[in-house]
Design a protein around this ligand. Structure first.
Ligand code: NAP
Length: 494
């Protein structure tokens, strides 16, 4: 574990926490919870409370939806250029204040500061991208095949949207919903994860500063999540639900949305395979594996969950990968030189430990790591396991931690079959230098995204999303704004 420079980090942490809003943001006003409820936000590196914020009640949730509904018509009428310029200003302010936002994320979520800054870059880019998309919402003019009618096709804002986001990327999971919603002219109620609400509250203050009108964006952290969200989802004035989080909660929310036939986008869990073919550049594959596995301490829906390596190169790959993993420095994310922060909570740490124990009991060997570490906080050693059998739980479940199980394959068809043998379908990675293999494998993989010779696929200019139990809908890219637009056609008899 690395040693902190206690004085300077403590001062920076205090400054970040002193500035963060701690109230609900409803109808353009900062207010306390209607019954005085609160949420203690914990530092996962110490288990101690960082700050206490207001927690929304059912009444507060209803007030947030009232505000979003009241603001919708005027907001939809705001000129696209004006909406785009608000996003552009938000991008610039976020960039200017990257250190502040990064510090908040590191404190509430645990990721090292350098990665938190990376998330500010990634997250703010959704605002820049959608500032450019706001002015390109186009329609169509066409003639019916028999010539009797003209079709005017337009794309209009879907309307008030509920956004529910997870704790692992407190900024980016918000901006990739808020960006296109602002660009499209939708109002919104945002419910950040109760473990990481600070970044979203700070973002709401920033959006207020750039002139997003009252009621367009409402933020209601709550610890009574189901009780507060269900009536909003059941309210006929809500038009869309967009959710990023676990597959079980996603399924539950799809069921709740069915009564209203809401427009729904679901960004859910993953179980990403990382394939290494015998012709791969092995050093590049190891570099890619580090990124695909260790970004966010493995707490990413896109994290490589299973390493499927050709038997001819498996030993070399495992040795090089284990050496890199063993060289990682664990510590509190605010400390200099830290590569790996804590996991989010004790439950997550227990789950990772259980998955590693289960794999070992079924015959896997530990190449490096293998256990929890540290006296405080929720730290797990970067771990590489070899000879992991297909029936080990961590080959089927999202490990959501710094653990890399390696198993081998003998031919391409088997590799693809193993990769596809999961209920999930978010992302797959493959390392190969053979162009034909790149094409064949990319086409055969049943995933929404494929990274070839790269360990990261997230990019605001590309359509992020999954198939199967990883959900539906796309965030980012030209497709990202479509989720917030409805198509209407007008038939005109000339
Ligand atoms: P989670 O437990 O499903 O929580 C996600 C969000 O849903 C949180 O805001 C949570 O609120 C809320 N929630 C929980 N129960 C709810 C209910 N009954 N009704 C309405 N909302 C409810 O997931 P997580 O543990 O935060 O995040 C990790 C999961 O997200 C992983 O499976 C990961 O793969 C997935 N993820 C997917 C993507 C993607 O783009 N595909 C991106 C990032 C993460 P509380 O915090 O108050 O419980």
């Amino acid at each position: 574990m690395s040693q902190p420079d206690a004085r300077s980090t403590a001062a920076q942490e205090k400054a970040a926490l002193d500035q963060v809003p701690t109230q609900l943001f409803i109808g353009g006003e900062w207010r306390d919870s209607s019954d005085g409820s609160s949420i203690d936000v914990e530092d996962p590196a110490t288990g101690k409370t960082l700050v206490t914020i207001a927690g929304a009640t059912v009444e507060d949730g209803a007030a947030a939806l009232d505000a979003a509904v009241a603001a919708q018509a005027d907001w939809a009428a705001v000129a696209p250029r004006t909406r785009g310029e608000m996003l552009r200003s938000a991008f610039e302010l976020l960039t200017e204040r990257a250190d502040h936002f990064a510090m908040l994320m590191t404190l509430e979520m645990g990721k090292p500061l350098a990665q938190a800054k990376g998330e500010v870059t990634y997250g703010s880019e959704f605002f820049r991208w959608f500032s450019e998309e706001a002015v390109r919402i186009a329609g169509r003019w066409s003639t019916s095949p028999d010539g009797s009618t003209r079709f005017l096709t337009m794309r209009q804002p879907v309307g008030p949207t509920l956004m529910i986001t997870p704790w692992n990327f407190p900024l980016a999971m918000g901006t990739r919903k808020i960006g296109p919603a602002i660009a499209a002219g939708c109002t919104m109620v945002v419910k950040p994860a109760s473990q990481t609400p600070l970044t979203m509250l700070a973002l709401a203050a920033l959006l207020e500063e750039v002139g997003v009108p009252k009621g367009v964006l409402n933020v209601v952290p709550t610890s009574r999540t189901g009780d507060v969200m269900e009536p909003i989802i059941g309210d006929p004035r809500l038009r869309k639900l967009t959710f990023t989080g676990s597959t079980p909660i996603g399924k539950q929310l799809v069921k709740q949305s069915a009564d209203q036939l809401l427009r729904v986008s679901m960004e859910l869990g993953g179980n990403a395979p990382f394939l290494v073919f015998p012709d791969a550049d092995l050093d590049a594959a190891v570099e890619g594996a580090m990124v695909a596995k260790m970004r966010n301490m493995g707490e990413a829906c896109t994290a490589a969950n299973r390493f499927l390596v050709h038997e001819d190169v498996a030993d070399d790959f495992a040795t090089k990968f284990a050496a890199k993993m063993a060289a990682q420095t664990l510590g509190r994310g605010t400390e200099d030189g830290v590569d790996v922060g804590p996991l989010i909570d004790a439950k997550a740490l227990d789950k990772v430990s259980e998955l590693v124990d289960d794999a070992q009991q079924r015959g896997a060997s530990v190449a490096t790591g293998g256990s929890r570490t540290g006296d405080a906080g929720y730290f797990f050693q970067p771990t590489v396991l070899t000879d992991v059998p297909a029936d080990a739980d961590l080959m089927r479940e999202e490990v959501f931690g710094p653990v890399a199980p390696i198993t081998t394959f003998s031919d391409d068809d088997k590799a693809v079959a193993m990769a596809n043998d999961t209920e999930y379908g978010l992302v797959a990675y493959a390392y190969t230098t053979d162009l034909g293999r790149m094409i064949r494998v990319s086409e055969a993989l049943e995933f929404g995204m494929v990274g070839i010779n790269q360990g990261i696929v997230s990019n605001p200019a590309a359509p992020f999303g999954g198939v199967k139990a990883s959900g539906f809908g796309r965030e980012g890219g030209p497709e990202g704004i479509d989720e917030y637009l409805s198509v209407k056609y007008v038939g005109i008899a000339p």
